[in-house]
Design a protein around this ligand. Structure first.
Ligand SMILES: NC(=O)c1ccc[n+]([C@@H]2O[C@H](COP(=O)([O-])OP(=O)(O)OC[C@H]3O[C@@H](n4cnc5c(N)ncnc54)[C@H](OP(=O)(O)O)[C@@H]3O)[C@@H](O)[C@H]2O)c1
Length: 305
């Protein structure tokens, strides 16, 4: 596993991080397998784990806390999010008021069994919410409850605004083969000294046809989410099927190698619920894209069939 600095935070992270979200955190997903994935990731050198207070209807954080219990956590950077919470019945609500953010951070520490959070990110704030939260985030750092602060957002305007805020240490963007348009944003963020994380580096698996992926209950859940929220990605992903027919690497490894080839990125955080996927993905650290593949990715990004 290779490691990179997380911007100017003084923290170093594995260039591949493990996302503790979605199906991974759900009680329907076997706890032993979920915990086993975290342990195996640590054994294979992963030091960055990303979760959120509202992830998996509030179940992901406490599950990650159970997975971390008793082990050596000194090298780990545990990142979580605040500003959204599970409001019951599968509904996610938002509250980015100073009191809610501070209370959320303190609850996260309890859920995760930590004295300090490696990274606290606002979960998809607006520009106004971000501005209003900066003082609270700084106060959490000053109290020693949080090492670094930032946000995740799919809105480039919010990330651009965050780049101009000295108090923001880290930004998480949606960056993958389907999103080359994020590259100038990533370059600006890195030039401003921000740590940059790529969420969804596998484009949620949408470079493969949905039907080929339906093997277990999690696949049905991910497929339902894709049909409800990510039809554009499903359509664009069809141009990248060739990634899954390369002789040298798997499609997921090629997708991760593409993202990690960006030297301005601190880490790519992927989600996986199958141990074989975890192993396959971690083998992408240090992997160069086979010759000619980058040109084919660029052609697909321009819409060339
Ligand atoms: N998605 C969001 O809205 C969002 C927002 C903010 C932050 N994030 C962060 O980004 C992390 C990753 O996002 P994500 O999980 O939505 O997207 P992702 O990592 O791009 O994709 C996850 C999907 O890819 C599949 N997959 C993983 N490795 C694979 C492999 N080697 N071969 C085939 N399929 C593979 C997983 O299947 P299996 O489960 O079968 O392994 C899962 O369906 C999250 O955990 C979170 O920390 C996500």
């Amino acid at each position: 596993m290779r490691y990179r600095p997380l911007g100017r935070t003084g923290l170093t992270v594995s260039e591949l991080g493990f996302g503790c979200a979605s199906w991974w955190g759900k009680p329907r997903f076997d706890e032993r397998t979920a915990v086993g994935l975290v342990h195996e990731a640590i054994d294979r050198g992963v030091t960055l784990f990303d979760t959120g207070a509202s992830y998996s209807a509030g179940e992901a954080e406490p599950r990650l806390g159970r997975a971390l219990r008793g082990g050596d956590r000194s090298r780990l950077v545990i990142a979580t999010k605040a500003g959204t919470y599970h409001a019951g019945g599968g509904r996610i609500a938002r509250d980015m008021s100073p009191a809610a953010i501070a209370a959320s951070a303190e609850r996260s520490l309890g859920n995760l069994g930590l004295e300090t959070l490696g990274l606290l990110q606002l979960h998809g704030p607006s520009v106004h919410e971000l501005d209003a939260a900066m003082e609270t985030l700084a106060a959490l750092k000053a109290r020693g409850l949080v090492r670094a602060v930032g946000l995740n957002s799919f809105d480039p305007a919010v990330i651009d605004h965050a780049i101009g805020l000295p108090g923001v240490d880290v930004v998480m963007v949606d960056y993958n083969v389907l999103r080359p348009e994020r590259e100038p944003l990533i370059a600006r963020a890195a030039a401003a000294g921000k740590g940059v994380l790529a969420g969804m580096p596998l484009a949620m698996g949408h470079t493969r046809p949905l039907v080929e992926r339906l093997r277990g209950p999690q696949d049905l859940w991910y497929a339902a989410r894709a049909l409800a929220k990510h039809r554009g990605e499903l359509r664009r992903g069809a141009r990248f099927r060739f990634l899954h027919r390369l002789p040298e690497v798997t499609g997921s490894q090629a997708a991760l190698a593409y993202v990690l080839a960006n030297p301005r990125l601190s880490a790519a955080v992927f989600g996986a619920t199958r141990p074989e996927h975890l192993r396959e993905n971690l083998a992408a650290s240090g992997l160069a894209l086979p010759s000619g593949v980058l040109a084919r990715i660029h052609a697909a990004q321009k819409g060339v069939p």
